[in-house]
Design a protein around this ligand. Structure first.
Ligand SMILES: O=c1ccn([C@@H]2O[C@@H]3COP(=O)(O)O[C@H]3[C@H]2O)c(=O)[nH]1
Length: 268
């Protein structure tokens, strides 16, 4: 059957990823306007009516901007943990009871033969999470908006075939950049965003022969570039003794303004 996914958009201007497995179709986050999400759906031949629900990572607007509108338009259940529900309530508009699905972080939920699990991440939101998608032979993990990679996150995602992992900023570019000092401090903190260097360090500990691809996600447009991110992540891995050949492991692009191609998680 296979797990297929496309990162529709990634970054502070809006995040959304669609995962398909057999008859199941899920979206993680809806951080762009409904109009923009529908345009991205068209590019990847996704129909809103075929979605089974929207899984929310946390309540920041770049993750929930179109959440209420998409849920209402396509009658989609919204899945979020208790504290995230409380935090997004005022931004999402009216959602009927049957489309309010509340889970506890760490709970497993099966959509057909696709097992979805959430895991807690460290970010300045009410109860932020990442997600894993596992059908018993293929596993995809999505972890963005995390200040650091905890042992728990590492354990949750280490047996994945493919990762979508944040590489938000180059630390020096951020330090020299135009953001106010408080914002810089927040981004650099344990409840901020993962730098290129930190993403590479985390990957060097995660590499176990199973992870074949990592999509670098949530890049800052002010303090990063895809080529720089790839180079820094690879450098950080190699400086920790983690060398790889291109046919064994790839770093892949995500974009803020266009979707990634459909990828099958189990493909070599
Ligand atoms: O006090 C703060 C701290 C941070 N931020 C966000 O963190 C993001 C990091 O990536 P970026 O550079 O694309 O954009 C940044 C901002 O959107 C914010 O809005 N307010």
């Amino acid at each position: 059957m296979g797990i297929y996914f496309t990162v529709l958009s990634s970054g502070s201007t809006g995040n959304a990823t669609v995962i398909q497995h057999g008859g199941t179709s899920l979206m993680i986050d809806a951080g762009l306007s409904a109009k923009r999400l529908e345009a991205l759906f068209l590019e990847r031949e996704i129909s809103g009516t075929e979605l089974d629900g929207i899984l929310v990572t946390h309540e920041h607007s770049d993750h929930i901007k179109g959440l209420g509108a998409m849920s209402r338009k396509y009658n989609l259940p919204i899945y979020a943990n208790t504290n995230t529900w409380a935090a997004l309530e005022k931004s999402v508009g009216a959602i009927p009871e049957e489309n309010r699905r509340v889970f506890e972080t760490g709970e497993k939920h099966d959509f057909g033969s696709l097992r979805v699990e959430s895991f807690g991440i460290s970010h300045d939101a009410a109860e932020p999470v990442g997600y894993t998608f596992d059908d018993g032979s293929e596993k995809l993990s999505v972890a963005t908006d995390l200040g650091y990679m905890s042992d728990k996150v590492r354990d949750a995602i280490s047996d994945s075939d493919v990762l979508v992992l944040e590489a938000n900023h180059d630390v020096e570019l951020l330090r020299m950049g135009r953001y106010p000092w408080n914002t810089k401090r927040r981004i650099l903190s344990d409840i901020g965003h993962l730098s290129n260097e930190a993403a590479g360090a985390a990957l060097s500990e995660l590499m176990n022969g199973r992870i074949k691809r990592t999509y670098l996600a949530h890049l800052s447009r002010d303090h990063n570039m895809m080529d720089l991110a790839k180079m820094s992540v690879r450098d950080a891995m190699e400086s920790r003794g983690c060398f790889y050949r291109d046919h064994e492991f790839k770093l892949c692009d995500t974009y803020y303004d266009r979707p990634t191609p459909w990828d099958r998680v189990g493909e070599p």
